[in-house]
Design a protein around this ligand. Structure first.
Ligand code: FAD
Length: 392
């Protein structure tokens, strides 16, 4: 039977950074990282379209949803895991014009390599293609039962098993049961940062077209959220940054309508149409050149009139009722998770001493733009520092 000081369950963004930081703070600690995938950091390597949007310069607890705002603020705004000079990847980080921060090489897989390198140099034990199927705590020590019928012992356990988004990364939601075994409650789970299904009657001809827009989500007359960004029309509805950004605000809401404002901040559209009418343009061409031709024609067809005021109004408020989302298989992140009420400020279980949590498994999720990886890294750093102090 193998014995460790610390067993980290899950070798994703949180698990890898927790192990890396622990080995830095406590060279003698005997650590194992156990992951169900055949490679460490598989999801991390796929983030940000393979470029790894690791954090954001506009960090604030307002960017997060879920339990215990104060705790999230303390962790996300005070941790140094992602400070630009001395970050956990030991590489140059650069911000784009929207504040999204990437590694200089814009290669997410290189971030994994960097963390895996830390683990190798520190001789950390790694078990791949191995799922932890049970954890028990007896006499102040944990016993972990593994899918290969073996067991390991550990004095501390860090649960970094992620959530339920994109089960091809072995994050299918079954591992919440490991927390439930200790009496932890799991808040309702929803897919977030996800594509939306809408009524498609008016967008059938627009598949694949990308527009820059202001996108609002409205439910029963109330604006739930309003975001500027890219929107891509698809055969099921809409995708793109603006859609991902708005999706966290829609969970559990009924009768949601999306309102697309094409050409944000352009006011003289009716005048433009009037001019084209005076020049004898065909009805279907009244928005030609002003918008992508197919989008212009779809708007005019829906307006069903050549009245410039009706067309201009539709261009500012093109509505699409939401009928659902693409669900967990396509979502970037899980909304909900281990209830923060039973988790201390140090991210330790209040129900079982020496059991810690980090990353997406907790009921904390962020907006689009690097906030979710930032939470994974900074929560993992917090746990590493607490455990390291206790080991000394
Ligand atoms: C396609 C995609 C793109 C994304 N892009 C970004 C981005 O650019 N910026 C950003 O901030 N966020 C992004 N995210 C979200 C971000 O990747 C996650 O929030 C983050 O990876 C969560 O880290 P984690 O370590 O908590 O969980 P994960 O990275 O999901 O790691 C959990 C690990 O636990 C393992 N595991 C689960 N159960 C067990 C078990 N019982 N035993 C052993 N191992 C287990 C899994 O195999 C997995 O490797 C993206 C997500 C996706 C899917």
């Amino acid at each position: 039977m193998e014995k460790f000081d610390i067993a980290i369950i899950g070798g994703g963004a949180a698990g890898l950074s927790c192990a890396s930081r622990l080995s830095e703070l406590n060279k003698k600690a005997k650590i194992t990282v156990i992951d169900a995938c055949d490679r460490l950091g598989k999801k991390l390597a796929a983030t940000g379209n393979g470029q790894g949007n690791v954090t954001n310069v506009n960090m604030s607890s307002d960017k997060y949803f879920g339990g215990n705002k104060k705790l999230v603020e303390n962790i996300t705004c005070s941790q140094t895991a992602l400070s630009t000079e001395k970050n956990l990847f030991k590489c140059i980080l650069i911000a784009d014009e929207q504040g999204r921060v990437y590694p200089g090489g814009k290669q997410a897989s290189a971030l994994c390599d960097s963390l895996i390198g830390d683990l190798k140099r520190a001789n950390i034990n790694v078990k791949l293609s191995t799922k932890v199927i049970d954890v028990k705590s007896e006499n102040g020590r944990f016993t972990l039962s593994l899918s290969n019928d073996s067991c390991v012992y550990a004095n501390y356990v860090v649960l970094c098993v992620g959530g339920k988004a994109q089960k091809q990364f072995k994050t299918d939601g079954t591992s919440y049961a490991l927390a439930e075994k200790f009496g932890h409650k799991i808040t309702p789970l929803y897919p977030s940062l996800v594509q939306l299904k809408t009524e498609t009657k008016h967008i059938k001809t627009l598949k694949g077209i990308r527009v820059d827009c202001v996108l609002s989500a409205i439910s029963n007359g109330k604006i739930l959220a309003k975001k500027r960004g890219d929107l891509i029309f698809t055969d099921y509805g809409v995708s793109g940054n603006a859609v991902f950004a708005i999706s966290p605000y829609l969970v559990d809401k009924q009768n949601v309508i999306l309102s697309i404002e094409f050409l944000p901040n352009v006011e003289n559209i009716a005048e433009d149409i009037r001019r084209k009418k005076a020049l004898g343009y065909d009805n279907s061409e009244l928005l030609s050149g002003t918008l992508h031709n197919q989008v212009g024609r779809a708007i005019i067809k829906r307006a069903n009139t050549s009245d410039e005021l009706v067309i201009a109004a539709l261009l500012k408020n093109f509505t699409l009722p939401v009928v659902g989302s693409l669900g967990f298989d396509y979502a970037q992140v899980t909304k909900g998770g281990v209830d923060m009420k039973d988790v201390s400020e140090e991210l330790e279980s209040k129900l079982c001493k020496n059991l810690f949590f980090a990353g997406e498994v907790l009921d904390v999720d962020g907006e689009c733009g690097g906030y979710n990886l930032h939470w994974a890294f900074t929560s993992a750093y917090t746990v590493a520092e607490v455990i390291s102090k206790r080991l000394k």
